[in-house]
Design a protein around this ligand. Structure first.
Ligand code: RRO
Length: 304
């Protein structure tokens, strides 16, 4: 029997359109493997760079209304130390997407090459962290710099290159078009929204870094709008990310134009069972509505 929820993005085969978002459970091979075993169609690692980073001092995460606010500060062991973790993912069913960052196009390219040597099935370029100086969103706000980085990475690797965008820009379509023109094979929309929280008794910003990135249901309508805008502007597939906690959210993102969805904060709140429950819900919806495959849903809201 035909699998209604099986799909394909930039050549990556997914048993269903759910993916683990970068930043949650993406630090070790075993945790990534457990997410695949729980039913995710693909997994994205925590962002990795050339050198190890300890990240920012605590507090780095705070729960706020309808979401999480974080300023982890890119803690990671550095790409070469991730080799052992990648070995755990050799014989898994789902693609492993390695999220990478860098402070220059040369650095991005070096990390990209190393990740592919270690077995990355695809790369996700993190050009969108809202609180890292000279990397992250400073790149994702600058179409020319973004293009230089995407072109340089594309020169060095032959796996799909996905670009993860920041919502903290005036015109996300312009940035998506720049990424596509430079050779991006897919776009993920969106990374977290720049935000802050202040403790009223002391008057102190709660995060040690003061500012951070907001994720979870609080940002879902922003993310849906970004996916809708990006879908209209480019021909490459869009991966939706931002506040997806149930199958209805996933369907909403697909109607807006997402070919797949990434789930992050909901894993922290609901556990890894969220992947199979979202996938099952999408399947039931397709059956009830008479669709043969999940690809038929993508972008349907644009006809109105
Ligand atoms: O590590 C972080 O603080 C972080 C990253 Br790299 C990112 O891309 N988005 C985010 O909200 N936090």
């Amino acid at each position: 029997m035909e699998n209604r929820i099986a799909t394909e993005i930039a050549g990556l085969k997914l048993t269903n359109p759910t993916m683990l978002a970068s930043g949650i459970l993406g630090y070790t091979g075993l945790s990534l493997k457990s997410v695949i075993e729980a039913g995710a169609g693909a997994v994205v690692t925590k962002s990795l760079g050339l050198e190890p980073r300890t990240g920012y001092p605590n507090p780095t995460v705070v729960q706020v209304d309808c979401g999480l606010l974080n300023a982890m500060g890119l803690p990671n062991p550095g790409i070469s130390h991730f080799k052992e973790e990648m070995k755990e993912l050799k014989n898994v069913e789902a693609p492993t997407i390695v999220s990478i960052y860098g402070f220059s196009s040369e650095e991005f390219a070096k990390v990209a090459e190393t990740a592919v040597t270690m077995g990355a099935d695809a790369l996700e370029l993190n050009v969108s962290c809202p609180h890292i100086k000279k990397a992250g969103a400073e790149i994702g706000c600058d179409p020319l710099l973004l293009m230089e980085i995407v072109k340089e990475v594309k020169k060095h690797v032959n796996v799909p290159v996905i670009v993860k965008l920041t919502p903290n820009v005036a015109n996300i379509s312009e940035i998506a078009k720049a990424a596509e023109e430079a050779g991006a094979d897919a776009i993920t929309a969106i990374n977290t929204v720049k935000a802050m929280s202040i403790e009223t008794e002391t008057g102190r910003p709660i995060l040690a870094n003061k500012f951070g990135g907001l994720s979870g249901p609080a940002i879902k309508p922003i993310a849906v709008r970004c996916v809708y805008d990006v879908y209209r502007s480019v021909d490459v597939p869009v991966i939706g990310c931002g506040g997806i906690t149930c199958w209805q959210d996933a369907v909403e993102f697909m109607l807006a134009g997402a070919s797949a969805v990434q789930i992050g904060t909901a894993v922290a709140f609901k556990g890894v069972g969220v992947f199979s429950s979202v996938a099952k819900g999408i399947d039931m919806y397709l059956k009830r509505k008479g669709f043969k495959n999940v690809k038929e849903l993508v972008g349907l809201a644009h006809k109105f």
